[in-house]
Ligand binder design. Structure first.
Ligand code: M6R
Length: 619
């Protein structure tokens, strides 16, 4: 949901800003803009469309200056055009602001400011901010911003420039992420770390209601009352190659192929001498002993990981678990209290709905545990405890490696909790970990089978497109699975919808006869997850029911399975054999690749699908 960047240093600001915006583009890509301080005035350039439209413009009309701010937009208020693109300026043209978030009381503020004589040009909520700063500016930008943000309701991360201050810029945050990058002779503001990895790995995470001023050599942080705060930078482990495509056509494909290493690294980091380590967890063992039930709350793909977690935890740790989407959890009266552990799963750690669900859980005195990928993110910091997935930066909007990393952490957490609660014996733990340790190798094998075209998923995607066009664009997808792979059916459908814009639904296969079977004729393609499982035969019956009604089936089966061949399905992809419990991590791969190849067949923008943004920091 919008990416912002600020730079103060010795380099040409415009170049640094564009380079960083490239790394932030996954957060929003309907318009982009930058503002720089040059010879005592603000110069800016903004364009509707993707970042390259702005970069082309800057080639024709370059901007000089060593201090500036940039923005990539995901529109909330006002259509994505040039006027609504950021930066936004005040009446004098001396103050420029870029903003990520939503100012909920902007209408009231705008009315007040118009009465006071301010002139507005855009339809955005953001534009009230430069005008408020103008109102309070008495020669000191930091103080004017402090006064201005006191009036804002909603969420914001902002970077502000004033033409009269050639050396400094100011940033502030509330409920939208903002970090400071502490470099050598240069400092930054950024929405997230990948934006500044080219320049520094030392970051300071700003908290809500904090305001900071940076120049090339100084960083000053104050709270909303004006008190100066001292904060040390944290060194982040991510490296720049993780935020690059490294020869892959798309980030999504690269991230899919990273998954064997991601899960391998999780095992290396978390398992020492068969002991599970969650160093950063900060929740005492006795808390896990005392809890009576658990809720797992998340959105999108993370929600599907949460659903899988329910199967693991109930099966192995024998504790009742319910799962909710964050947007539902936060607006009803969830029955959670001091005996409940609420786990919040979020790749970005900034998803607004999940953040508010976390606050709701805390208000109700539940213990909260975040499973996040992004270090220092809001959810990670506000929860009582955190476990990081350490999957490295995930750039593609469609989540892949973060999902399998979340699953891997949930397996370990399940075993950890089951052990503490005395329901998993030492012997069982050993057996489970032995099985789990096979996964990185099996993931590699699975990925290689696709790479070497042993599994012909790219060909199936091609066939689907042909079929879709023959059927006058009417074909759809249905994903069916049972038990612990049912959440994977939802995830497969979500992946396809997100990047291929094809209607897709995920269902527990047993539910088919209660409604969805009415959809089956020769039209939908049905992905049946039919890997070896307790109730494998029931899945085969579902396959026959679909066949009998003319559906086209892609079966995901286990290598060595002879029975699937006799089912007469149209296409089969095979994954290596592993116990049912751990199979979701392997099964995720063909689902992700199917979505990827279908989107590629249709020529869609895979890493930046329409209407979406990577990190959903608005409600
Ligand atoms: O950062 P989060 O994990 O909290 O994000 C949650 C969802 O917005 C996210 O998983 C979304 O559904 C992805 N685009 C799915 O691919």
């Amino acid at each position: 949901m919008c990416g912002i960047i600020g730079y103060a240093g010795k380099k040409v600001a415009a170049k640094v800003l564009i380079n960083s915006l490239r790394r932030l583009e996954y957060r929003g890509y309907d318009s982009a803009g930058i503002a720089v301080l040059q010879d005592g005035s603000i110069n800016f350039s903004k364009k509707a469309g993707k970042l390259h439209v702005l970069t082309d413009e800057l080639k024709r009309f370059p901007l000089e200056g060593n201090i500036g701010a940039g923005h990539v937009r995901w529109a909330t208020h006002g259509v994505p055009n040039e006027v609504n693109a950021h930066p936004h300026l005040d009446c004098t043209g001396k103050i420029a602001v870029v903003h990520n978030g939503i100012i909920e009381n902007y209408q009231a503020l705008k009315t007040m400011l118009i009465k006071e004589g301010h002139k507005f040009v855009s339809d955005t909520d953001t534009e009230v901010i430069p005008h408020l700063i103008e109102k309070y500016y008495k020669g000191y930008l930091l103080e004017a911003v402090r006064q201005a943000v006191k009036l804002l309701k909603g969420s914001y991360a902002i970077c502000c420039l004033h033409a009269s201050d050639r050396k400094r810029m100011v940033g502030a945050r509330c409920d939208s992420p903002l970090i400071i990058g502490a470099g050598k002779n240069e400092n930054f503001f950024a929405s997230d770390a990948p934006a500044i990895l080219d320049y520094t790995k030392n970051v300071i995470f700003l908290n809500n209601y904090e305001i900071a001023e940076i120049s090339k050599n100084t960083i000053k942080i104050i709270n909303i009352n004006g008190k100066t705060l001292s904060r040390k930078p944290t060194r982040i482990k991510w490296n720049i190659s993780q935020a690059e495509k490294s020869g892959f056509k798309h980030f999504m494909l690269k991230e899919i192929f990273e998954q064997s290493n991601v899960v391998g690294d999780i095992l290396k980091e978390r398992l020492k001498n068969n002991k599970i380590h969650f160093e950063e967890l900060a929740i005492k063992e006795k808390v896990f002993k005392g809890i009576k039930n658990m809720a797992i709350v998340a959105c999108g793909t993370a929600y599907h990981a949460a659903l899988t977690g329910k199967y693991m935890l109930e099966d192995l740790a024998e504790i009742p678990v319910w799962v909710d989407t964050s947007s539902e959890f936060r607006y009803r009266k969830p029955i959670v209290g001091k005996n409940t552990l609420v786990i919040l799963i979020s790749q970005s750690g900034e998803t607004a709905d999940t953040l508010h669900a976390l606050r709701e859980a805390k208000k109700r005195k539940a213990k909260t545990l975040a499973v996040c990928n992004v270090l220092g993110s809001s959810i990670a910091r506000e929860a009582d405890g955190v476990i990081y997935t350490h999957a490295g930066p995930e750039i593609a909007v469609a989540s892949t490696k973060a999902y399998t990393a979340q699953l891997a952490i949930l397996y370990l957490l399940t075993i950890y909790i089951g052990r503490i609660r005395g329901v998993i014996s030492g012997k069982t733990k050993k057996k489970l970990l032995k099985e789990f340790k096979k996964i990185p190798r099996l993931l590699k094998l699975t990925l290689n089978d696709f790479k070497s075209n042993k599994n012909k998923i790219a060909e199936y995607a091609k066939n689907f497109r042909k079929y879709y066009l023959e059927k006058h664009n009417k074909s759809t997808f249905l994903y069916l699975a049972r038990n612990i792979n049912y959440p994977n059916a939802l995830e497969g459908a979500l992946k396809l919808k997100e990047i291929s814009y094809i209607t897709a639904e995920g269902y527990p296969a047993g539910e088919m006869k209660h409604g969805p079977i009415a959809l089956i004729d020769e039209n939908p393609w049905v992905v049946c997850i039919a890997t070896k499982a307790k109730i494998y035969e029931k899945m085969l019956s579902n396959i026959q029911e679909i066949k009998a009604r003319g559906g086209i089936i892609i079966a995901i089966a286990t290598k060595g399975d002879k029975e699937i061949a006799s089912q007469n399905v149209n296409y089969v992809v095979k994954v290596p054999e592993i116990s049912e419990l751990f199979s979701p991590i392997l099964v995720a791969i063909p689902l992700q690749l199917l979505a990827y190849y279908v989107a590629r067949e249709f020529g869609y923008d895979i890493d930046q699908p329409r209407n979406l943004a990577k990190s959903v920091t608005v409600e």
